[in-house]
Design a binder for this molecule. Structure first.
Ligand code: NDP
Length: 485
């Protein structure tokens, strides 16, 4: 079988491509066609060990460099990523099924932003001086050591870059394991970092499923684990990391509320709900999948939403006119179909969509349910697909208490023209990110992460530095030591 986008090897370790065909085969499927487009191998224990040994070695020298020099490598990598944005976007589209229209602006581009931002920050990472009368103390901001990154399949190169950039800026090294479903683009990030001057072993990518992830997390050489994935995986990974008292960042799932008040701009609110439910075919952790609409606006909202959804261009994601692509995998398609069946069974009203398209690939129509109640499965569980649940509400107080009645706390949104209400509601929503008259912004300058079961720690912004470094305090006595005997 010929594979159109076969990378030079399955792994990128110690500055070079690495193959070990003893690992189980990993077929890479194009979600738009169902065809196999590459075939890799899962990492064997020997590959895992080689990656960790290389990362440990590289980290020692890397952390000794002035921050500015580390930053220069990252900003060079950012420039290379921008130069190659089209090729990287095409690769990401083939691997994830997301429309090229999206990947051209949201994936490698966002990865480059992270490399540039943290590259710029690398030279500014200092401690502080603490005067103690005639004595004093100072702090040194130190790297943690070898970090492990584990990615989900929805934003592969973005997730890899969002983890690599702050980790490397702080003087750490990293072994990154992409999701088995989308293993290709993180390899390109590794090659780009090497080309930009990262020393061999600084950023390694190895393929594997949960078993490889578990092997990485339990290794004594690893100081930190950053996972982007589901809550159940997060629980397992955090518990395993806790055995070795390793640092963790957990970017997990959500079931985020989007509150639309009757005074909202209808067109903007519909636009926000579309962005927050159907971009990337709904496979976005922060999606506002519980759309609470104040009763007087409910029918106008559903009418306008239906009109605009009818304009979705569903088709070949490589065509730049397409704005709605397939699900990333057949397995995910089946999970989402199961939730749609559950919605119907539990009495929700199907407004639009709900069916798989009669063409090759894993295409599912954008789907909207109305008359959803808080106890329905589709209002409680993360679906991770193009399924919007619309719920009616009467008062602000009621909407807030229902919006917060979830174990998740990743994101939330509010659409209103009342500025006081916007900030009052944002203050009370239990979520790591709140959007006012907007949805799903994720600029690298702003901290990103979850509350409640949706996660621990923050990526992006200055906040990320706290999660990839630790402080050493040095106490200095200027006078004689007064011992009791
Ligand atoms: P999973 O939790 O299934 O997997 C995430 C990653 O963890 C994969 O690389 C997976 O490997 C790996 N993994 C699975 N089990 C283990 C284990 N025991 N030890 C170590 N690693 C393991 O998530 P999905 O890939 O299905 O991604 C979707 C989920 O990710 C959704 O819940 C979504 O909300 C969340 N997400 C969160 C984001 C955030 O920033 N908060 C952003 C994007 C997605 P493999 O799959 O190869 O077996």
């Amino acid at each position: 079988m010929t594979h159109p986008i076969q990378p030079p090897a399955s792994h990128f370790v110690d500055g070079d491509w690495l193959e070990d065909t003893a690992g189980d085969p990993l077929p890479v499927i194009d979600p738009a066609t169902g065809a196999e487009i590459a075939r890799l191998h899962l990492a064997t224990p020997a590959v895992v060990d080689k990656a960790l040994a290389a990362a440990a070695r590289a980290q020692r020298d890397w952390s000794a460099l002035p921050g500015r020099e580390r930053g220069r490598v990252l900003t060079r990598a950012a420039a290379l990523m921008r130069e190659r944005n089209r090729a990287l976007s095409e690769l990401e589209t083939r691997d994830t099924g997301k429309p090229l229209q999206e990947t051209l602006v949201a994936d490698a581009a966002s990865g480059a932003d992270a490399l540039e931002y943290f590259g710029g920050m690398a030279g500014t990472l200092t401690g502080e001086h603490i005067p103690l009368g005639e004595n004093w103390a100072y702090t040194i901001r130190e790297p943690l050591g070898v970090c492990v990154g584990i990615g989900a399949w929805n934003y592969p190169i973005q997730i890899a870059s969002w983890k690599a950039a702050p980790a490397l800026a702080c003087g750490n090294s990293m072994v990154f394991k992409p999701s088995e479903t989308t293993p290709l683009s993180a390899l390109q990030l590794a090659a780009i970092l090497a080309e930009a001057g990262a020393p061999p072993g600084l950023f390694n990518v190895i393929q594997g499923a949960g078993e490889v992830g578990a092997r990485l997390i339990t290794d004594h050489r690893v100081a930190k684990v950053s996972l982007t994935g589901s809550v159940p995986t997060g629980r397992t990974v955090a518990a395993t990391a806790a055995e070795g008292m390793k640092h963790v960042t957990m970017e997990l799932g959500g079931k985020s509320p989007l509150l639309i008040f009757e005074d909202a701009d209808l067109e903007d609110a519909v636009g926000g709900a579309i962005l927050g439910n159907f971009y990337s075919s709904g496979q976005i952790c922060t999606n506002g999948t519980r759309v609470f609409v104040q009763r007087p606006l409910l029918e106008p909202f559903l009418t306008r939403l239906t009109e605009r959804l009818a304009r979705a261009v569903i088709g070949d994601p490589m065509d730049e006119a397409t704005n709605f692509g397939p699900m990333a995998s057949e397995a995910q398609l089946r999970i989402v179909e199961g939730y749609i069946a559950k919605g119907l069974e539990e009495g929700a009203r199907l407004v639009i969509g709900g069916r798989r398209l009669g063409r090759p690939g894993f295409f599912l129509e954008p789907t909207v349910f109305a008359d959803v109640t808080d106890d329905m499965t589709i209002a409680r569980e993360e679906i991770f697909g193009p399924v919007m649940a619309v719920l009616a509400f009467d008062t602000e107080e009621e909407a807030l208490s229902r919006a917060n009645a979830t174990p998740f706390g990743l994101a939330a949104g509010v659409f209103t023209r009342d500025i006081a209400r916007a900030h009052r509601v944002a203050a009370r929503l239990e979520a790591g990110s709140c959007y006012v008259n907007s949805y799903n912004d994720a600029p690298v300058e702003a901290p990103f992460g979850g509350a409640k079961l949706s996660g621990v720690g923050r990526e992006n912004g200055r906040a990320a530095i706290e999660h990839y470094s630790q402080l050493k305090t040095v106490y200095v006595r200027m006078g004689p030591v007064e011992a009791p005997f």
